[in-house]
Design a protein around this ligand. Structure first.
Ligand code: GUN
Length: 297
């Protein structure tokens, strides 16, 4: 093989795992400051039912809390727990001044009204940033608790492109409440020009092709290939899809990483990109929530 000429240029691989480790170290240092002032930051996680993926996520959250020195409380409830029982537990945690963050793991069993549950959490303890008061605050550009995954994506973008994202054209693929919509609001807060595309959008490829930043958060394995991306694009892949490839179980993103890696400026891998950032920002949000409640910093 002739290896003397290499005309293809590989993208910068955005290392979410390393960045998440750095964020956790920042949190660890901040926790020491809280403790020095007599406050023990505390996160309560509620898990209902026996969805295996949710159990893995919750275990990871509790482990990371332990790693940074945040006290964690875990409440597991049966899949047929009545909504009132869950709401009563949230009331109890809302009233407990030693608890700073409350997270109810989603999805919930069908008989429980997700919106009613999320609205029941004290907005100051809403470390997911899903309460309408925080959603509204974000859309007004106020400093509120914001959803962990898109907030982590902003950090990855700033580490890659510098702190000033203003004027860049960002295309968000997907419009979920958890990622797409808050992502668009956070990018707008950074003064990006933001386009949100979704299943009913007519010319997705053309719109994505124009973007300086592409956020893929659509939940369709390997959807974005070189037809969607220009060579200067910074690509953040939020997708986590389990598929069968060549008879093996594989974890892939919404972007066809292998097909585009030599044709974009920078890209997050799956796994090891956005995934670890979500938990790291949950820890950061727990400290922000503790600051809001204790007002000592
Ligand atoms: N399930 C999947 N993602 C999330 C998340 O960000 N927060 C909560 N509470 N549940 C989830």
């Amino acid at each position: 093989m002739n290896s003397s000429v290499n005309l293809t240029q590989s993208a910068q691989i955005i290392d979410g795992k390393a960045t998440a480790t750095a964020v956790l170290e920042e949190v660890k240092a901040d926790v020491l400051e809280f403790r020095a002032k007599g406050i023990e930051p505390c996160l309560a996680v509620i898990l209902i039912g026996d969805d295996p993926a949710s159990h893995v996520y919750v275990r990871n959250k509790v482990e990371k809390a332990q790693f940074v020195g945040i006290r964690s409380l875990e409440f597991r409830m049966d899949s047929n727990t009545a909504e009132e029982v869950l709401l009563a537990k949230i009331d109890e945690l809302n009233a407990d001044a030693s608890v700073h963050g409350i997270l109810v793991q989603l999805p919930l069993p069908k008989h429980i009204n997700e919106n009613a549950v999320l609205e029941h959490i004290d907005p100051k303890k809403d470390v997911d940033g899903f309460h309408s008061e925080n959603v509204g605050g974000l859309s007004q550009g106020r400093d509120v608790l914001t959803p962990c995954t898109p907030t982590g994506c902003i950090r990855l973008l700033k580490d890659t492109l510098g702190n000033d994202l203003s004027g860049l054209h960002a295309v968000v693929v997907g419009r979920s409440n958890i990622v797409g919509k808050p992502m668009a609001a956070l990018l707008l807060k950074e003064s990006c020009t933001v386009t949100v595309v979704h299943s009913k959008t007519k010319n997705i490829q053309q719109l994505c092709k124009q973007a300086d930043i592409v956020i893929a958060a659509v939940g369709r394995p390997l959807m974005l290939n070189t037809d969607y991306l220009n060579e200067n694009a910074v690509v953040i892949d939020v997708g986590i899809n389990r598929i069968q490839l060549d008879g093996k179980n594989r974890l892939v993103g919404d972007v066809d990483f292998g097909a585009v890696v030599e044709h974009v400026k920078a890209i997050t891998p799956v796994p090891g990109g956005v995934g670890p950032m979500t938990i790291a920002y949950l820890m950061k949000n727990t400290l922000d929530a503790a600051r809001l409640q204790t007002k000592i910093f």
